[in-house]
Write a protein that binds this ligand. Structure first.
Ligand code: CDP
Length: 248
């Protein structure tokens, strides 16, 4: 007889996911935090463990940025920005694990991760009409709950009533290393210094912009994952989710 050893997460969550169908209401999990703090990894892992959907709101800002770059849109010209937004259609097929994003029918999942896009995305994300356009779509995607969404304003603006709000942080050198290693896997010629400069630049703009700055949302739980493994952070947050769902 073949007995499969269960990982901690499986042992903990298989009975829990089965209970999910009995839940009256699937919760909304809003995750915010600094650049490259591991929000998306946590969000994807949570969505998988809970059988919820996952939405990476940052990918939407990146897709808009890519469109602006490809069409040389002058981001200082409000008329040009509004006109461009009317021509953008972003589609994110529902997925639990893999994540794909289509910009006007084209798969841009890889292209949006380039350093060129990273270098402009925070400027684009500070433009109010861009935010209004994307926040509406994010709210529509999550209106029925059962979603994990990560970004910079999810707990403060997109879903201020989310049952669970998390603010993820980790020290800058850990974040630089994680992003650097991720980029290296795709064999790009970006240096650690460039990655560090980009993370600091984006953190600064994201936290100081006028519209929806990155802040710790009211009632958010803080997760500092500097010395946590991927598995450890998932297990910690699953405990929070379990406690919340049992309260329902
Ligand atoms: O993955 P990483 O932490 O590098 O960033 P991201 O989630 O892909 O987001 C890219 C950029 O989009 C951020 O630096 C913000 O400027 C912007 N963003 C935002 O303003 N609001 C969100 N809800 C999500 C992202």
């Amino acid at each position: 007889m073949l007995i499969k050893a269960l990982t901690l997460v499986e042992a903990f969550f298989i009975p829990f996911v089965h209970c999910r169908t009995m839940q009256k209401h699937q919760i909304t999990i809003a995750i915010d935090g600094y650049s490259s703090s591991g929000k998306s990894t946590l969000a994807k892992d949570l969505a998988k463990a809970l059988d919820y959907s996952y939405l990476d709101s940052g990918a939407m800002y990146r897709a808009v940025t890519l469109y602006f770059q490809q069409h040389s849109v002058d981001i200082t010209n409000p008329h040009a920005v509004s006109e461009a937004l009317e021509n953008i259609e972003i589609i994110i097929p529902p997925a639990r694990e893999s994540f794909e994003i289509f910009l006007n029918g084209m798969d841009v999942s890889e292209l949006i991760r380039s350093l060129e896009v990273s270098q402009l995305v925070s400027e684009v994300a500070a433009i109010s009409p861009v935010r209004r356009y994307l926040v509406y779509q994010q709210q529509q995607a999550g209106k029925d709950g059962g979603i994990v969404m990560d970004g910079r304003d999810i707990g403060t603006v997109v879903f201020p009533n989310a049952e669970l709000k998390i603010f993820v942080d980790s020290d800058i050198e850990t974040r630089v290393l994680r992003r650097f290693q991720e980029i290296q896997l795709k064999s790009s010629a970006v240096t650690k210094d460039e990655v560090r400069a980009n993370l600091k630049h984006r953190d600064h703009i994201d936290s100081t912009r006028e519209d929806s700055p990155l802040q710790i949302a009211d009632g958010a739980r803080i997760l500092n994952n500097t010395s946590m493994s991927r598995q450890e952070q998932l297990e910690e947050v699953l405990l929070w989710v379990k406690a919340l769902i049992e309260e329902q």
